[in-house]
Design a protein around this ligand. Structure first.
Ligand code: NAG
Ligand code: NAG
Length: 334
């Protein structure tokens, strides 16, 4: 990337919240002042409308020729398919407008749970989504806490999988009496995540082992580890209907835990999630803003949020300047 190319940020009009936070971030971490132009840029002017037949109509109202484009897309549970198609159309519009490089910033990668053929005649939709993004003309992907990290290999273009862990770590240190806590993984698959956080906080971790019959259906749960008189911090990559989290909270309390807090990266919170949280023993459910849930925050006083826009802004700056992003795997920018 030559110094003359500037960064342009694009977002759809719906769920602009995260893109606006990213655009306002001033990240000037670089001590060498190499290319000090940092974010703090306004979002590119775009028109995104629905035709009367519901087709998406999109145009960019300023030149993007030879620019380094970042399209920030915050995909929620209610309208995942609409947002995905809009993203593809926005990428393609930049491609045909001769952008030099197009990066899709999709912190909550859609269809990430459909990453393998787990039964006969099941599609691998995560791979299909990756192919569609590439076909639309994307050159680079930035995402966060992929449900399965091998999805990175589905792309024919480079994909950076950022971690929410440094931001979660900061939240725990600033908001929870963590010295009296224990990290809990709600399933065997998340043990690595809980163990890694426990290690960095110098705490123990516990594990809930469960046997699941069907997706979103919970069967028997067994706790491994001692949570007596501790604050249990459940960590996971996503929370959907929160049924599993609520059951985990019951078990932890039964086994002597004095408080249960859940921290998840992607707060999908679909279906009866809010009702389930209201009726559960969870004292708090903390989600990052990879998924828009501002409205749900107002509905449920037990929800809290961790802002990851700083991580995205810093990764954009590093990518633009050709610097390594691996610093962000361990550290969270202010
Ligand atoms: C948790 O509580 C259940 C039921 O009270 C008990 O059977 C189990 O042994 C306890 N587990 C631990 C690890 O304390
Ligand atoms: C959850 O609880 C809050 C207040 O505690 C209430 O305002 C809200 O309506 C409840 N939502 C549901 C879906 O039960």
């Amino acid at each position: 990337m030559s110094a003359t190319n500037s960064i342009k940020l694009i977002s759809s009009d719906i769920h602009r919240g995260l893109a606006e936070l990213v655009s306002k971030r001033k990240t000037n971490y670089d001590k060498n002042k190499r290319n000090t132009l940092i974010l703090g840029l306004p979002l590119c002017k775009v028109d995104l409308k629905r035709e009367s037949n519901n087709e998406v109509s999109f145009s960019i109202r300023e030149s993007v020729r030879d620019e380094d484009i970042y399209i920030v897309s915050q995909i929620s549970s209610g309208d995942v398919n609409d947002r995905l198609l809009e993203l593809l159309i926005m990428i393609n519009a930049c491609r045909t407008a001769s952008a030099r490089r197009i990066t899709a910033v999709i912190p909550n990668f859609p269809y990430a749970r459909q990453d393998r053929k787990d039964k006969s005649r099941a599609p691998i939709t995560a791979k299909l989504v990756a192919d569609m993004l590439t076909t639309a003309g994307v050159n680079h992907i930035i995402t966060m806490d992929l449900h399965a990290s091998q999805i990175q290999g589905f792309f024919d273009v480079p994909a950076d999988n950022l971690y929410a862990e440094p931001s979660v770590l900061r939240y725990i240190k600033e908001n929870i009496d963590y010295k009296n806590s224990i990290l809990v993984s709600p399933d065997a698959g998340g043990a690595k995540r809980a163990a890694s956080l426990a290690d960095r906080l110098d705490l123990n971790f516990a594990l809930i082992h469960k046997e699941r019959a069907k997706p979103n259906e919970v069967s028997k749960m067994v706790l491994v580890g001692d949570v007596t008189d501790k604050i249990s911090i459940i960590v996971d990559d996503m929370a959907d209907t929160c049924g599993t989290l609520a059951k985990a909270a019951d078990i932890l309390l039964k086994n002597g835990s004095k408080m249960v807090i859940a921290i998840v990266t992607h707060g999908i919170l679909s279906g009866n999630a809010i009702k389930n949280i209201n009726n559960s023993n969870l004292n708090k459910v903390v989600c990052t803003n990879t998924v828009p849930f501002e409205k749900k925050l107002l509905l449920c006083p037990r929800l809290d949020t961790i802002d990851i826009s700083g991580v995205l802004a810093e990764s954009i700056r590093r990518l633009h300047n050709g610097e390594s992003v691996s610093y962000l795997f361990r550290n969270s920018p202010l």
